[in-house]
Design a protein around this ligand. Structure first.
Ligand code: SF4
Length: 294
């Protein structure tokens, strides 16, 4: 059975990839479990980098996340109905047949459905890729990338998670996108546990509250790690009181985190005795011991 743990934060820059990469390293190195890490931040993937970068690719697929219309000019009768119907102005009159501006096309397919001559067909459009790799730290990572303006990030995340689960590891650790948009909902959906990383600033707290409501709607268990708690101890104390036993650990601000990130080595390996590494280890031990997740 695979346990799926998602690490998310309602706001970027709170330390989500820091926690996800170290959790992946912790489980595979200290708990000896089989694990696949998933980078679900498909618009700005960096989990593979945080885990040492690419050692070797295992497989790669193209991702077709949208459709695009193609006009059969021999069938087209130049009635210009498609030009009138396209709500996005993506089809314009050409010399004898319509021309399509694919940058404006949303791929909804109204033109193909309503063309009286049946001259428009939809074909799948490549909007990204997904691949599995072994990182230089020896951790399997399934990751993907959306092309510029690529659509359907939620579906790409679903594909990434499905392919990671198909590898049948004991744990899948998902590094979610920031915010609570489509890829985040797709990350949390079907997961066993959501680890929310929050820092004591109002924007992060607001994002975390929104994430909690997503988790509760999707019936996903959730806990919180309070990162950089000492940048605002008054708010950190308030958050700790409100969260009670949902708060599994507090991690101090520590320059070693930035150094480990720049070195592409998880801090638990890079500087295991640093204040942040010690505090994070304690939180992860608690998640295993007191909370029984591993
Ligand atoms: S609706 Fe069909 S037949 Fe009419 S202009 Fe467009 S492609 Fe041609």
């Amino acid at each position: 059975m695979t346990h799926e743990i998602v690490v998310a934060s309602g706001k970027g820059g709170t330390g989500k990839t820091f926690v996800a990469s170290n959790l992946s390293f912790y489980l595979s190195s200290y708990k000896n479990v089989s694990l696949v890490a998933v980078d679900a931040d498909v618009e700005a993937p960096d989990l593979l980098i945080a885990l040492g970068g690419l050692r070797r690719k295992l497989w790669e697929y193209e991702f077709f996340g949208a459709n695009e219309p193609v006009i059969n000019t021999e069938r087209c009768t130049a009635c210009w109905k498609c030009v009138e119907l396209c709500a996005f102005g993506a089809i314009v009159k050409g010399d004898s047949t319509p021309a399509i501006d694919y940058d404006k096309c949303e791929g909804l397919g109204v033109c193909a459905k309503l063309c009286p001559a049946g001259a428009i067909v939809l074909r799948p459009r490549k909007t990204g890729c997904l691949y599995a790799a072994e990182s230089s730290q020896g951790i399997l990572v399934v990751t993907g990338e959306l092309e510029l303006g690529g659509r359907n990030s939620g579906r790409l995340v679903y594909e990434l998670k499905s392919r990671a689960r198909a590898m049948r590891p004991e744990f899948v650790v998902v590094d979610s996108a920031p915010g609570i948009g489509c890829p985040v909902v797709s990350s949390v959906s079907g997961a066993d546990l959501l680890v929310i990383v929050v820092e004591p600033v109002p924007q992060s707290l607001r994002g975390a509250q929104r994430l909690i409501s997503v988790a509760e709607q999707l019936r996903t268990d959730w806990v919180v790690i309070l990162n950089k708690y000492d940048i605002n101890t008054a708010l950190a104390d308030r958050i700790a009181t409100e969260l009670g036993d949902r708060l599994v650990g507090t991690v101090p601000y520590d320059d070693s985190v930035v150094e480990s990130y720049a070195s592409m080595v998880p801090i638990l390996k890079y500087r295991p005795n640093s204040p942040a590494a010690v505090a994070l280890s304690k939180a992860l031990e608690r998640l295993g011991g007191d909370y029984g997740w591993w």
